[in-house]
Design a protein. Structure first.
Length: 75
């Protein structure tokens, strides 16, 4: 998917993204998902397993670090 499609589809894909700022969705797509729905599914699984609040830039960055290294960023 191109970025315009990602920004249209992902907020409707799962409720966790409904109130997520477009800039955060774009950053996740740029750094991890690359418009690939399977990658979005994996990231969503991580959000549901690890996030304890709204998906904002800080939480997304922590989860992107988890995907990159297998470890969460230090708090």
């Amino acid at each position: 998917m191109d970025l315009a499609t990602v920004l249209e589809v992902i907020p409707r894909y799962h409720p966790v993204y409904a109130d997520t700022p477009a800039e955060v969705i774009a950053d996740i797509d740029d750094r991890y998902a690359h418009g690939i729905f399977r990658h979005w599914a994996g990231f969503t699984h991580s959000v549901l397993a690890h996030a304890t609040g709204p998906l904002n830039a800080e939480v997304a960055g922590d989860l992107l670090e988890l995907h990159a290294t297998g470890q969460r960023a230090a708090a």
